[in-house]
Design a protein around this ligand. Structure first.
Ligand code: ZN
Length: 141
């Protein structure tokens, strides 16, 4: 391996980790914004038992798998959206990086992660208002 390819691999790995963490944040935002809660404070906690989440809980994708989708304290469901959104954010970075390399792939991947965040939070807001846009169209008729 040349130093250039090592640098490319390290920067790609870093971008995937950032994408996974952004996926975790997107999931938090989609949970809190429709409730009118802050996305900064308090730190992440279980909605069942109010336990503050630790480093294991907060690992994107891996935390969900280690906990088997359940809170370590109360056994309440974490919700599959955490796994789905974090995985989607990771894939949104991995696929462009693999196809286009660290520069173009990183730019496209970052754009896709931002787009994912906008879509997921928007869908959460629509759902919180009680249904899909199509349903409210029907209601109007
Ligand atoms: Zn709990």
């Amino acid at each position: 391996m040349t130093s250039g390819s090592i640098l490319a691999a390290a920067s790609s790995l870093y971008m995937v980790l950032v994408a996974l963490l952004l996926g975790s944040f997107i999931n938090l935002a989609a949970d809190r914004i429709p409730r009118g809660e802050s996305i900064v404070r308090p730190p992440s906690f279980c909605r069942g038992c109010r336990r503050r989440l630790n480093a294991v809980d907060l690992m994107p994708v891996a935390g969900y798998l280690v906990r088997r989708g359940r809170c370590a304290s109360c056994g309440g469901s974490i919700g599959a959206s955490a796994l789905i959104v974090e995985s989607a954010a990771g894939l949104a970075m991995v696929v462009p990086l693999a196809a286009l390399g660290p520069v173009a792939g990183g730019l496209l991947g970052a754009s896709l992660v931002v787009l994912l965040g906008a879509v997921v939070v928007s869908l959460a807001l629509v759902r919180a208002r009680g249904g899909s846009p199509a349903k409210s169209d029907l209601d109007r008729g």
